[in-house]
Design a protein around this ligand. Structure first.
Ligand code: IMP
Length: 437
């Protein structure tokens, strides 16, 4: 048995959905441990493209328990829409469970998220506008509403009293917006509670029961390392902890329960929202990566910023997450390029550095220092084994593995499940995979 954490090693959108979908086959329980409906997984099953924001990708396996953990924030309306979409696609959702202790994104959280962004003007974060920051802020200042509160009218009335007064005051006095009506919210959210009740559980207990049964547990991170509230490019981050350590907090397990940590990274880099991005491209190559990679946000539809692979943040991600191995996704997007650049260090104030600086000001001043590798100029989309890959593509992968000092266990060459090369079983295989070991 092995308990595995899958995290994004860049700024999110690395293709974790596909990798967790692949690994979910070996998992008995899949737990999402942080974030809310800001995430976006696109999963392709046969010819169907399914877009999920909250529900873990493991839902596609009927015998898998899919937990939305305590560390998440849940917009019940969106969750119910996803449930309906899955039912319409004949997907069995009996394994879907929601932590009673997860916090609820309320209508005022969304409004305040958007109003704050507007007020920040040029200094905006570029949030998804889904109310994530304000929900976590209310949680931290102990005025949040939890899923369990939606199941009991008396409790909901009591819990909403102070946050609604405070958030209404913010909306009216600071942001000059309309206030929200208590009774309407209570009615709507009690209705959501009723519909979600069959899924509500004690999340931590279920995980530990599964652990005692020696089940395989997969912890699915949302967003990515550089969007981590503590370890990312603050303030241009999300409000939770996508790093692997977040799994312990958000799911309620100790670090000793985790056997392996797998990082997912694109063969290049993308970012949505504002904030520094040293390897960012512009012009033709940017358009080429964006178009071929379909780089438009699943949640907001925004065009993603594209850049070369950044090995400095890659190495940082290996360290802060304790990565055992990497899954490299979207290698096929680079197929047509004459040459490919990889950032191996930065220039900061005239000096060469090979680490991620802790100061945001310093990071925003970093200029990338690249190594240029030859492209392979042929399609990799149908390669089934490493041996099928063009030599230049193999050299590129080896270069990344050596740069980050971590083996590559999986290579993904397209959105479909079949377009994947599993170099070494990342769950049950030996600690070091073949490529780059
Ligand atoms: P928030 O999470 O909506 O507060 O947004 C904060 C920052 O995280 C913004 O730059 C968003 O674009 C980014 N972000 C949030 N969720 C995702 C995601 O799933 N993928 C990529 N970026 C994200």
């Amino acid at each position: 048995m092995a308990n595995v954490v899958v995290i994004g090693a860049q700024w999110g959108d690395e293709g974790k959905g596909k990798i967790t979908d692949l690994l979910s086959r070996s998992a008995d329980v899949v737990v999402r441990y942080q974030g809310g409906v800001n995430a976006g997984h696109t999963i392709v099953v046969e010819d169907k493209v399914l877009k999920l924001h909250l529900i873990p990708s493991g839902i596609l396996y009927p015998d898998t328990i899919c937990l939305i953990g305590s560390g998440t924030v849940v917009d019940p309306k969106v969750m119910l829409e996803e449930i309906s979409m899955l039912k319409e696609n004949n997907i069995d959702i009996s394994g879907l469970k929601l932590a009673s202790t997860a916090h609820v994104t309320m209508p005022y959280h969304r409004l305040i998220d958007m109003a704050m962004e507007e007020r920040r003007g040029a200094k905006k974060i570029g949030t998804t506008g889904r109310g994530i920051g304000p929900t976590y802020a209310d949680k931290a200042q102990r005025s949040g509403i939890r899923v369990i509160d939606l199941l009991d009218e008396t409790k909901l009335r009591e819990s909403i009293d102070i946050p609604l007064k405070e958030n209404n005051a913010l909306l009216k006095k600071i942001y000059g917006r309309e206030t929200l009506d208590k009774e309407l919210i209570i009615k709507e959210y009690l209705g959501f509670g009723k519909l979600l009740e069959p899924h509500v559980v004690d999340c931590t207990r279920i995980i530990h029961q599964a652990s005692r049964r020696k089940n395989n547990i997969l912890f699915e991170g949302a967003q990515g390392t550089l969007l981590d509230l503590d370890h990312g490019t603050y303030p241009f981050v999300t409000s939770s902890n996508p790093v692997s350590g977040g799994a312990c907090i958000g799911a309620g397990v100790g670090p000793t329960l985790i056997d392996r940590v797998i990082g997912v990274a694109k063969a290049y880099t993308t970012r949505v929202g504002e904030g520094p991005f040293p390897t960012e491209l512009s012009g033709k190559i940017n358009d080429q990566l964006c178009d071929k990679g379909g780089e438009y946000g699943t949640t907001t539809g925004r065009r993603r910023r594209c850049g070369w692979f950044d090995g400095v943040i890659g190495k940082y991600a290996v360290e802060v997450n304790g990565l055992d191995c990497l899954a490299i996704t979207k290698l096929d997007v680079l197929d047509e390029l004459e040459e490919i650049k990889v950032c191996t260090s930065y220039e900061l104030n005239g000096k060469k550095i090979d680490y991620f600086p802790s100061s945001s000001e310093d990071f925003s001043k970093c200029k990338p220092i690249f190594e240029t590798l030859p492209g392979w100029k042929s399609s990799t989309a149908n390669c089934k084994n490493l041996d099928d890959l063009p030599e230049a593509a193999m050299s590129y992968l080896r270069f990344l593995a050596e740069l980050m000092e971590v083996p590559i266990a999986i290579v993904s060459l397209g959105a479909n499940r079949e377009q994947t090369i599993v170099v070494e079983d990342p769950i049950h295989g030996p600690k070091r995979a073949l490529l780059g070991s």
